[in-house]
Design a protein around this ligand. Structure first.
Ligand code: PLP
Length: 385
């Protein structure tokens, strides 16, 4: 039986109800949302609303309309970053960011002359909030931070950094790609102004879904304009949310699946999901650290981290090791830089990258045991050049 350990890239499998919801929508409803007065169109509207409400509940968002849907977190981050930063502005981020943050910022550096401070994190990916405070200038217009690293699993001090941003009246944007659904997120207690999420990872929904929570009072220029179903007489994009940021036909079958996925998470409870993943992570870290020839990166215990574990096996090329793990042992992991070169520079692995294990809610201790046996076998045989 193949073992899937790449849930940090996308969660697989999904809960059965997610497949059914997407399938049911396409077969039984199947019509466009927000664009008709007939019963089926209203049902499509209802499904979207229900998903929005479930997402709002999960993140403790009071005003449901302030959750806008996108097609993934890359979309959401581009919308927030490009819609907020103007020529000459300064932005603070960290040295652990994914390219979904880093590349839009670099484009704005070139095209709008923004300046970027990437606060340096330690070798395990930890960030000192004081460094964010010290980086503030009167030109700082945004603080953007990954919630948990997709390379080391390290969880950032979101509430503390959010408090610093709030005291200084600066919007605080969080990339929750590796935490949403797996780690408790409360936009109120964590001082989050903008929460970007993707539907297909810890939220266990279909690909092509994601969104952005936008706190009231924060102004973001839309990335695109177009039809929203209502307000057709207006020549400009309506000001009201969510329409302002949802031009064009949405991915309704995906959103239907996402709604059920989030309902599944709410029913299970994030706490339970988190505890299961933390137990598996602790087990994997403990066992892996006992194997000679393994180098582990990031926090060495399961406190303040998610189930993303980076490692290397002796001096093997991680791509080759990943290939052998799949070919010979049927174990799927990710290998390389994981779209986060800054993080690899921070932890000292930029020259070859790492093998990354991404644990998910449906993984078991047996899955980890398979990995441990395979890794021991590779080390014993030394048969990869
Ligand atoms: C931390 C982080 N941010 C952003 C992304 C981009 O996610 P998506 O491809 O769903 O937009 C990922 C996924 O690889 C990620 O791990």
């Amino acid at each position: 039986m193949p073992v899937y350990l790449d849930n940090a890239a996308t969660s697989f499998p999904k809960p059965e109800v997610v497949y059914r919801a997407a399938d049911e929508f396409m077969r039984a409803v199947g019509v466009n949302a927000g664009r008709g007065a007939y019963k089926q169109a209203l049902e499509a509207d209802r499904i979207i609303y229900e998903t929005r409400r479930n997402v709002a509940k999960l993140f403790n968002v009071k005003d449901v309309s302030r959750v806008v849907f996108t097609f993934n977190i890359t979309d959401s981050l581009n919308l927030a970053v490009k819609g907020i930063l103007n020529p000459g502005d300064h932005v603070i981020t960290s040295s652990m960011e994914h390219n979904a943050v880093w590349r839009p910022l670099k484009v704005l550096e070139e095209e709008r002359g923004i300046s970027i401070t990437a606060v340096h994190c330690d070798v395990e990916g930890n960030l000192d909030p004081l460094k964010v405070k010290n980086a503030l200038t009167e030109k700082t217009k945004l603080v953007v931070l990954i919630h948990a690293s997709n390379v080391t699993g390290t969880v950032m001090p979101i509430a503390e950094v959010g408090a610093i941003a709030r005291e200084n009246n600066i919007p605080f944007l969080v990339d929750s790609a590796q935490t949403a659904g797996l780690y408790p997120i409360d936009v109120e207690t964590m001082n989050i102004d903008l929460l970007a999420f993707t539907g297909h990872k810890g939220l266990m929904g279909p690909m092509g879904t994601g969104g952005l929570y936008i706190r009231e009072g924060i102004s973001i220029k839309p990335l695109k304009e177009g039809g929203t179903g209502g307000d057709s007489i207006l020549e400009h994009q309506p000001d009201s949310l969510p329409d302002r940021y949802e031009a064009g036909t949405p991915n309704v079958s995906g959103i239907a699946g996402l709604g059920r996925a989030v309902k599944f998470i709410l029913d299970e409870g994030v706490e339970k999901i988190h505890n299961k993943e933390a137990a598996l992570t602790g087990y994997a870290l403990h066992k892996l650290s006992g194997i000679d020839g393994i180098t582990l990166y990031g926090p060495k215990d399961n406190i303040n981290r998610v189930g993303v574990i980076s490692l290397n096996i002796m001096d093997l090329n991680p791509q080759k090791a990943g290939h052998v793990l799949d070919e010979k042992y049927g174990i799927m992991v990710r290998a390389g830089l994981h779209c986060a070169p800054c993080a690899h520079r921070t932890i000292g692995t930029i020259d070859r990258g790492t093998i990354r294990i991404g644990l998910g809610y449906f993984n078991t201790q047996e899955d980890i045991d398979c990995l441990l046996e395979a890794v021991k076998d590779i080390i014993k045989n030394k048969d990869i050049q």
